[in-house]
Design a protein around this ligand. Structure first.
Ligand code: NAD
Length: 754
């Protein structure tokens, strides 16, 4: 989609106002009679705001007036990118009662494109940089597309990833250009393609190696095709893989919504709407299809999920990347050499992503052979990428050259940063960080990747705790986008800045939290797992818990994930919390009904996936399945409804009417408990911003992305409604759902987490 920091003040009203006009799209006619339209809208990128709409109106009107004197048109851009797309600053503010007005604006944009492609003169797009969303849609409204084949260029319709759809003709034109089977995945997955792939997909027609070649090819095409016309404006044209009245091709359309729903569970209205729009549009004439597309877009833009996704994945992600949680007065620092202690699963992963960013890595384990094993595990992963064509052999070799296995601590002498990732053992961590601190330069930052040990305590191992910080990576490191930065009590601003800049350098998202048991992500995730387990104690069928979690948009069901991390982990966390005993938290944890279930299962030897037995059975030769013993053991404790009816006396599968905890409660319990914990963590001052909370929850613990994150979930429900519902859950299922003082205050004042 888009980025335009200058457009916040623009109005999108259909009335439009005088915002510049002609100079934002330069109109230059050459000796051949070709008009080059150069898009140069205010701001760093071209976006579809009112300045664009006004300028395009002027340009198209002039082209129509001067048609007899021109040979054709080439559209290009004066920016680094061709065109960024819709203006998200506009979209986020469109309210339900502005739906008609918004629809009129969309219709106006499409009408301009339609006039361009029906000008009666050839129109070529000279795509000099990335063309995303509305930018690609504009190019699709040209008769021919030439694209600069540069490594940074991407083409795509990523709208659905922000909860909207390509409503500037992108769905309608892509379907008619490439057919249902090719177009639907591109639209519903929002993929961004490199120029070569976009050429193969059929979005563009030609590649160019340089800017001069790009313009020359576009001009040559215009001169050679005076009678250019869009395929859909030729009588009899149809969607390529749809034969009229052929039942087989229509079964393709009939199946598409079901296939999509199976993936989205209705959590992502944009995906379902894009499919519906494509299917309905395929059966209609071109202009009616465009109109339908505009109506679906309008419906999505005024809906809550688009607001959630745009807030989190655009505004808040940008806020984080711009250093929102970084000390502003510290200079930006480049990390050139990083030491990694421990070449196990996490250490090797950290070495991988650091080397990938061009950082020299010194990888140290107990001896060189162990470090070499860590490096080999990186090589093995890269080899798979090479085999799948995702990486060249040269790039693989170059990456591995950045990883140097160490013989001794002396090898850390030139490191700007040392990250410890040895076993989760306080004494061992103290020993290795002390040794590393002595070997590394005096200004080097020392970090720990601990997942559970408080950073302030670990910092005591080094003489200068100001230089110590937590860098909590997630597994698998090369895939997980988040790094949770933990600031110890004495961590200095300079140390935090260095750590923050390093995380951005390795192209991950940093969130910053203060030191506290479980930090933010693990603590919140723990509530999800234990809530799922608590429902087992109440006799809620395990399959219901797991399926409802997935249907709510969670990445993994709470029982499956508990099996992954082992059932003893939450028990250990409880033990630690009780040891810390800071009052409220320990009390909440100690009383939690999940622990009896976990203790029973661990007592039965059902400790999780590694033991091939936990909440699930893991047969050697088949798929995992929920352990039937769960329902037998815990049905008697079930919550009963008014009639006391819960478990079935014949021991058979429960019917919906047998289940005393309604599906809506199961869903809300799993989501609310995490949102409530996040509010508590915010209230305790461990979290500093809504952006960190939201992105941390989505990237770190797989909190349902459609919600926009844990705090945006509260905003979307509304603080007052959320508080009321949480009170109901507390009365029905336990005090852990009781809203905090901050929530009640926000509910009373009608405030949102921003
Ligand atoms: P691991 O067992 O795979 O690797 C630990 C490595 O440390 C081993 O290679 C071991 O040989 C090495 N080691 C032991 N003593 C050493 C010493 N004196 N000097 C140098 N190396 C030494 O463990 P892991 O899963 O990679 O976890 C490492 C750390 O990361 C732990 O603190 C863990 O809590 C944390 N963490 C793990 C995960 C996860 O999902 N596994 C996630 C976040 C954080």
């Amino acid at each position: 989609m888009t980025m335009n920091e200058n457009s916040a003040a623009d109005e999108w009203g259909v009335a439009g106002q005088a915002v510049g006009g002609g100079e934002h799209i330069r109109y230059e006619k050459d000796a051949d009679g070709i008009v080059v339209l150069t898009l140069d809208l205010p701001g760093s990128a071209n976006v579809m705001n009112e300045a664009y709409r006004t300028a395009m109106e002027t340009a198209v009107t002039r082209l129509e007036a001067e048609r007899d004197d021109i040979t054709g048109v080439v559209i290009t851009s004066a920016k680094k990118s061709f065109f960024a797309g819709a203006d998200l600053n506009e979209l986020i503010h469109v309210t339900r009662d502005q739906a008609e007005e918004f629809f009129a604006v969309v219709t106006r944009v499409k009408a301009q494109m339609r006039r361009l492609e029906r000008l009666g003169r050839p129109v070529a797009a000279a795509i000099n940089g990335s063309a995303l969303g509305g930018g690609l849609e504009l190019a699709l409204a040209c008769h021919h597309r030439v694209c600069l084949d540069a490594p940074s260029v991407r083409l795509g319709l990523p709208e659905v990833t922000l909860g909207v759809l390509p409503g500037g003709g992108g769905v309608t034109r892509s379907m008619r250009m490439m057919g249902v089977q090719a177009a639907l995945p591109l639209i519903t997955e929002g993929k961004r393609l490199r120029p070569g792939k976009a050429l193969a997909a059929g979005w563009i027609d030609e590649l160019a190696e340089s800017y001069d070649e790009l313009m020359a090819k576009a001009r040559a095409w215009v001169l050679a095709h005076p009678d250019a016309v869009q395929p859909w404006d030729v009588r009899g044209h149809r969607v390529p893989d749809l034969k009229p009245l052929d039942p087989e091709s229509y079964s393709l359309l009939a199946a598409a919504p079901a296939v999509s729903y199976a993936k989205t569970h209705g959590c992502y209205p944009a995906v379902d709407a894009a499919v519906a729009c494509a299917v309905e549009g395929a059966l209609l004439d071109f202009d009616t299809a465009l109109e339908i597309e505009g109506r679906y877009l309008t419906q999505l833009v005024v809906g809550q999920v688009a607001k959630n996704l745009i807030t989190a994945f655009w505004f808040q992600l940008n806020e984080i990347n711009a250093g929102g949680s970084r000390p502003a007065d510290q200079p930006r620092l480049l990390t050139r050499r990083v030491g990694v202690l421990g070449a196990g699963m996490m250490g090797a992963g950290i070495a991988h992503v650091s080397a990938q960013a061009g950082i020299e890595v010194v990888l140290k384990d107990v001896d060189r052979a162990a470090a070499e094993r860590g490096k080999s595990s990186v090589a093995a992963r890269l080899d798979k990428d090479v085999a799948k064509g995702r990486l060249t052999q040269e790039a693989r070799d170059a990456l591995l050259e950045h990883i140097h296995t160490a013989e001794s601590y002396d090898d850390l002498a030139a490191c700007d940063l040392v990250i410890e990732a040895v076993f989760e053992d306080r004494e061992l961590k103290n020993t290795v960080t002390r040794a590393a601190e002595q070997a590394a330069p005096p200004e080097a930052v020392i970090a720990s990747n601990t997942s559970t040990l408080p950073i302030t305590g670990l910092a005591e191992a080094v003489p200068d705790p100001k230089r110590f910080i937590g860098l909590h990576f997630f597994s698998p490191v090369h895939r997980m986008n988040l790094v949770e930065i933990i600031r110890g009590e004495q961590t200095s601003d300079a140390t935090l800045a260095r750590a923050f800049d390093y995380v951005l350098q390795i192209k991950k998202t940093p969130i910053v939290v203060n030191d506290s048991r479980g930090f933010y992500t693990s603590r919140t995730f723990g509530t999800y797992v234990t809530e799922g387990v608590a429902m087992i104690a109440e006799g809620v069928p395990a399959a219901l818990v797991e399926n409802v979690a997935r249907k709510a948009g969670m990445a993994v069901g709470p029982l499956a994930v508990c099996d992954e991390v082992t059932l003893s982990l939450p028990l250990k966390v409880r033990e630690q919390a009780l040891m810390d005993d800071d009052g409220s938290a320990a009390g909440r944890i100690a009383e939690h009904p999940a622990y009896a279930v976990l203790e029973t299962l661990v007592g039965l030897g059902r400790t999780g996936k590694a033991a091939r037995a936990g909440f699930y059975d893991y047969p050697e030769d088949g798929l995992k399945s929920l352990w039937p013993g769960l329902g037998e053991r815990w049905k008697a404790n079930a919550h009963s409804d008014a009639d006391g009816a819960t478990a079935r006396p014949d021991g058979g599968l429960p019917k919906a009417s047998d289940i005393a905890v309604p599906e809506q409660d199961v869903r809300d319990r799993l989501l609310y408990i995490q949102a409530l914990e996040t509010v508590r963590i915010l209230e305790e001052g461990v979290l500093g911003s809504a952006a960190d909370a939201n992105l941390g929850s989505i990237f770190g613990i797989g909190f349902a992305p459609w919600t926009g994150g844990t705090l945006q979930f509260v905003n979307a429900v509304g603080a007052a409604a959320f508080t009321e519902r949480a009170d109901f859950l507390a009365d029905t299922y336990g005090e852990r759902f009781r809203p905090t003082a901050l929530l009640r205050e926000m509910a009373a004042k009608g405030r949102e987490f921003r």
